[in-house]
Design a binder for this molecule. Structure first.
Ligand SMILES: [Zn+2]
Length: 366
């Protein structure tokens, strides 16, 4: 009898240990375990993608081919395209009137060589919308993610450079019409002072509305060209309070307004690149803020989703192999319901980190 009791106790303990380990490890809420940066051919050469727990691949829309998509579909992986909205610098060669204008009325130099484009240039907007439609019409993708959808500013780093733009005559005219503000006839530099001074609230909201209206049009194109495909956005990971409200004031990103059109917010908390190299918990702090800001909890069947793109490759600062688990842990906490790693191009050479990623992805897979 005593032996039987002991055996039952032992089995109960083992069962409890097993089930609590399962609850700690498996993350039922995470539906997407992705890689960003093209077809991971090095992984495919070794075996099925499912063996490393990966079920989604994100790649630049310029790199899409029917063959690549077929390869990934055969692996049961979802394919998502990245789409450059406001950073096609080559357009400016033949269209100098699309260059953003600074507070002095002159063409604003590219901060850290990061070249943006005036958001009200009609030809540029048309060219981007046509390219977006073309990608969706040609390729059987599961979704498309906006990238660089912000003003002429360099922020993917620890110390950003965010000049105030765009004060071209077209932007100033459109602002006056939309905001019902009549500005005096003054040189641009003086007008810029007024727009950043007494008219700042209206100016900031108008700029946000211009960028949101691009998102509205992208959504329309998806709904008419490939309904069912997801619209995602790769966006700056700051809250609206950080950097004196730069998310709205400088970058012209109004997340709540864009949420009307976007399905998936892929916040970009590149902890090492952004000055948080030893603090991977920064990742989940930023996704928590985003969830609270947009009312996303990470429950199944929510219309809006958060799938962060987290940094495993060395950029700015190194990400050591023993940090991979913590980065993915913080990247897969609710409200996140998916995650992807940045980025395959450089990560593929660091096989120890790729192995650690695979270990983690397999562990959390339901
Ligand atoms: Zn402009």
């Amino acid at each position: 009898m005593r032996i039987l009791n002991r055996t039952i106790l032992l089995l109960t303990c083992l069962w409890l240990m097993f089930t609590s380990a399962q609850a700690d490890e498996v993350r039922e809420h995470i539906t997407i375990r992705g890689i960003y940066g093209g077809v991971p051919t090095e992984l495919l050469a070794r075996g099925p993608l499912r063996d490393v727990g990966v079920n989604a691949v994100f790649m630049g829309s310029g790199g899409l081919t029917e063959e690549r998509i077929a390869t990934l579909k055969k692996e049961n992986a979802r394919v998502y395209a990245e789409f450059n909205t406001m950073h096609v610098a080559g357009y400016l060669k033949d269209h100098p009137d699309a260059r953003p204008i600074g507070t002095d009325g002159e063409v604003c130099p590219a901060p850290h060589n990061w070249q943006g484009v005036c958001p009200t240039h009609p030809g540029y907007r048309r060219s981007r919308m046509d390219a977006f439609r073309d990608v969706l019409a040609r390729f059987e993708i599961d979704g498309i993610w906006l990238d660089y959808h912000h003003s002429h500013a360099s922020w993917e780093r620890d110390v950003p450079a965010m000049p105030d733009t765009c004060f071209c005559p077209r932007c100033i005219r459109q602002f006056q019409q939309a905001a019902k503000v009549e500005l005096p006839k003054l040189p641009t530099a003086q007008l810029a002072r007024q727009l950043l001074g007494p008219h700042q609230d209206a100016w900031v909201q108008w700029r946000c509305d211009v960028f949101t209206d691009w998102v509205r049009e992208f959504r329309d194109i998806i709904d008419t060209t490939r309904p069912g495909a997801l619209l995602g956005t790769f966006h700056c990971p700051w809250s609206e309070d950080e950097y004196d409200g730069a998310l709205r004031n400088k970058l012209a990103i109004d997340l709540r307004a864009q949420a009307k059109y976007v399905d998936v917010f892929s916040i970009m908390p590149y902890h090492a690149r952004f000055g948080h190299a030893t603090d991977p918990a920064w990742i989940s702090r930023q996704t928590t803020w985003l969830g609270e800001h947009l009312g996303i909890r990470g429950e199944p069947n929510e219309r809006l989703r958060i799938w962060p793109i987290v940094q495993l490759s060395d950029w700015g600062e190194q990400v050591p192999v023993d940090q991979v688990r913590a980065v993915l842990d913080h990247g897969t906490r609710r409200p996140a319901t998916g995650v992807m790693v940045f980025n395959w191009g450089s990560l593929k050479k660091q096989t120890d980190k790729v192995a650690a990623m695979g270990d983690y992805y397999r562990t959390i897979r339901p």
